[in-house]
Design a protein around this ligand. Structure first.
Ligand code: HEC
Length: 405
């Protein structure tokens, strides 16, 4: 029953996570649009506005205004935006816990990458989440000052992402590595809201209420963190979604795919941010950014397709294809190499998922029906096809089962 309740938890948490993330990222997109679409106010400007904007939505007209530093006073209820961010992180962490941390041997560990124990894998995952946050904080504090050194900070942050992604792919299964890189960056995003953006805003509101002049420093720090969050959004979403695609996570070049996809995401986000300014005539059309993002995506498709063709060609000459082509019945000895490659890490001497061991001909025979069902009929094994079992190999199992006496 445990697996059954875990599935429910997984579904409901995933639902919540997507809803809260939509609310958070939706608000973030909206405010980036607002900020980059503000127009200079008409002169005279007694309210000291830095910009204003008119919009129409849902049958109503809206008039948003942004103040230089702070308004003289806040007229009504002041709305804050942070609950979405916190719940995105909390629901995401719980979702990560009910699958990856609950069953590390299934999700986190790939013995062909690193032969970790369950607790090593759990601590490594948590350590990477926390460690990346610390490194990011150090970079932001040391490489820049409020309102200064933004490019240098951005460069170091990008280098930190590359190194962390490399580390993740050296430690975890491909699927977990992609997710953890996304989660690591998302943790930084939520921490930026919790530790900098909201406290900075609280300081500004407090000075405003005390009738003091508002110090712009917390606003400048908050702005820098908020810009990082803007460029993290699309790469994070991509890292989290792409982990469901075994052709990426199972590839030898998964680190390259992950980084290239995230770069494309950041460029595409940059394109949309610049588009707002372009519409107001502030700078040229940002098409090179959008095109660069799309070119990376198309090049990745081409590159991976070439790899797929090579793989299929080599599979045509694989031992399994040769066995099938011979037309002779297939013996249990002949399927042992297939079982060894694809099953023994979870059903072998060290690990026996569901108490099933497949490391002798007798054991294979004893579980023949189960193997046939799981591999051929349901294609549920190898779990998530972590070992990338080929169709030819499944056919070998099918033929062995169907022709055995
Ligand atoms: C990454 C780990 C992993 C790999 C690789 C793997 N299995 Fe499994 N296997 C599991 C887990 C976990 C379960 C229990 C699943 C459950 O209870 O839903 C399982 C269950 C099974 C079962 C019992 C299914 C049932 O519900 O009765 C069979 C049979 C099986 N595996 C066969 C295989 C075969 C054959 C291979 C190789 C082609 C293989 N497994 C590869 C993890 C793995």
């Amino acid at each position: 029953m445990e697996a059954f309740y875990l599935d429910w938890a997984n579904l409901l948490l995933r639902w919540l996570h997507v809803i809260t993330a939509m609310a958070w990222i939706g608000a973030s997109f909206y405010f980036v649009f607002l900020d980059s679409s503000l127009e200079k106010p008409q002169e005279p400007n007694p309210d000291r506005l830095s910009g204003e904007l008119w919009a129409i939505h849902g049958g109503g007209f809206y008039h948003a205004r942004k103040f230089i530093a702070a308004p003289p006073r806040v007229g009504g209820v002041l709305h804050w935006f942070y609950i979405e961010s916190y719940f995105t992180w909390i629901s995401g962490f719980l979702l990560f816990s009910v699958s990856y941390l609950w069953s590390p041997s299934v999700y986190l560990i790939d013995p062909s990458v690193a032969n970790l124990t369950s607790s090593q894998a759990i601590w490594a995952a948590l350590g990477l989440l926390a460690g990346f946050l610390v490194v990011y904080e150090l970079i932001c504090r040391w490489a820049g000052a409020p309102g200064k050194g933004d490019t240098r900070v951005a460069l170091f942050v990008a280098i930190a992402v590359v190194l962390a992604a490399w580390l993740a792919t050296e430690i975890f299964s491909g699927r977990a590595a992609f997710l953890i890189v996304g989660a690591m960056m998302a943790t930084v995003m939520s921490a930026n809201v919790l530790l900098w953006i909201i406290p900075g805003q609280r300081k500004m509101v407090a000075s405003l209420q005390a009738g003091q002049t508002v110090d712009p420093t917390p606003g400048l720090i908050g702005k820098q963190r908020s810009v990082h969050n803007t460029y993290f959004t699309l790469p994070v979403l991509l890292a989290m979604l792409s982990n469901h695609y075994a052709f990426l996570t199972g590839s030898d070049q998964r680190l390259f795919f992950l980084l290239a996809l995230m770069l494309a995401g950041a460029l595409i986000r940059y394109y949309f941010v610049r588009m707002h300014g372009y519409k107001l005539g502030r700078h040229g059309h940002p098409w090179p950014l959008g095109v660069a993002g799309l070119v990376i995506l198309v090049a990745l498709i081409g590159y991976s397709a070439a790899g797929e063709v090579r793989k299929q060609q080599s599979q045509a000459q694989s031992p399994s294809a040769t066995l099938l082509a011979s037309g002779a019945p297939i013996t249990v000895e002949q399927i042992r190499p297939v079982i060894a490659t694809h099953c023994l890490q979870c059903h072998g001497e060290q690990v026996q998922m569901k108490n099933i061991r497949l490391d002798s001909p007798q054991a294979i025979e004893a579980h023949a029906l189960g193997i046939y069902q799981q591999v051929v009929k349901l294609k549920a094994m190898p779990l998530n096809n972590v070992t990338q079992m080929t169709e030819a190999e499944r056919s070998v199992i099918a033929k062995w089962f169907e022709t055995r006496q």
